[in-house]
Design a binder for this molecule. Structure first.
Ligand code: IPE
Ligand code: IPE
Ligand code: MG
Length: 247
């Protein structure tokens, strides 16, 4: 039986998050420039987004550029920003054909104006697509996001809009970029690295983690099905015991 046929259609994760890692190593292995690795990563994202949408995943959130990635060589940062603009233009049709709504989270004002403009346009053009939401995390850092949330909450307290005793975990969630989506059920990281690298620290409190050795440009439908199958084989206990979950 194919991997796809083994999937339980009643247990498709609602929100899948992906740390798309390994573009540079993929390129290096072939003697190419790192930028070629990133270019090939776009194809893997297209494949993953259409596969996820087809399976019935409602939210796909991908880590495309971290706050810390600004510290890479300027030439690589520039190549990534041009690739972003070019890909947004080229992939509008894929988004439309698959009824995928585009969304972005992160410190978006720090992106070059051209990227911001293209993002705003594609987000507006896809806003009524209701099959799946694809969120690009761009210039995103989870600690920064949490700091901003704390500032927002503190401001509400200091202006009397919120009482300290009313602050709970929902208050924090509502002040994050992801306030309009459920927390990820499944987090996938490619390229064999076993770390989170400042991605959605709050939101992944109870996500199932899947690490794969595939480098991002090689990540394909089968890898995605495998990750979902792995997820479906897990028992999510949320602190309870097995007998409580199964009764
Ligand atoms: C992920 O691939 C893409 C970004 C971080 C923008 P990398 O560029 O990190 O690839 P490796 O980890 O160096 O192989
Ligand atoms: C994490 O990958 C960020 C993205 C995938 C966009 P990195 O390659 O930047 O992470 P580290 O530096 O290996 O932790
Ligand atoms: Mg990397």
């Amino acid at each position: 039986m194919s991997l796809k046929d083994q999937l339980n259609p009643d247990r498709i994760p609602t929100h899948v998050a992906v740390i798309m890692d390994g573009n540079g190593r993929w390129a290096k292995k072939r003697g190419f420039l790192r930028a070629i690795g990133h270019e090939n990563g776009v194809g893997a994202l297209r494949k993953t987004a259409t596969t996820a949408a087809e399976l019935g995943v409602k939210y796909l959130t991908v880590y495309a550029f971290s706050s810390e990635n600004w510290n890479r060589p300027k030439s690589e940062v520039n190549a990534l920003m041009s690739l972003l603009v070019g890909s947004l233009k080229k992939e509008l049709k894929t988004l439309t054909d698959n009824k995928i709504r585009l969304n972005a989270i992160g410190n978006l004002e720090s992106l070059p104006p051209k990227c911001q403009k293209e993002l705003v346009e594609v987000i507006a053009k896809t806003k009524d697509n209701d099959h799946m939401t694809l969120t690009l995390a761009l210039s995103y850092g989870s600690k920064e996001e949490i700091v901003e949330a704390v500032k927002g909450i503190a401001t509400k307290v200091s202006t009397g809009k919120l009482k300290v005793q009313d602050i709970n975990d929902d208050t924090v969630s509502q002040h994050l970029f992801t306030s309009d989506m459920p927390d990820p059920d499944l987090l996938i990281r490619t390229s064999g690295e076993l770390r989170i690298s400042n991605f959605m620290l709050w939101q992944i409190a109870y996500s199932e983690l899947v690490f794969t050795d595939s480098l991002w440009p090689d990540f394909n439908e089968e890898d995605f099905y495998k990750a979902v199958l792995d997820y479906q084989g897990r028992e999510r206990r949320f602190g309870k015991i097995s007998e409580q979950i199964n009764s």
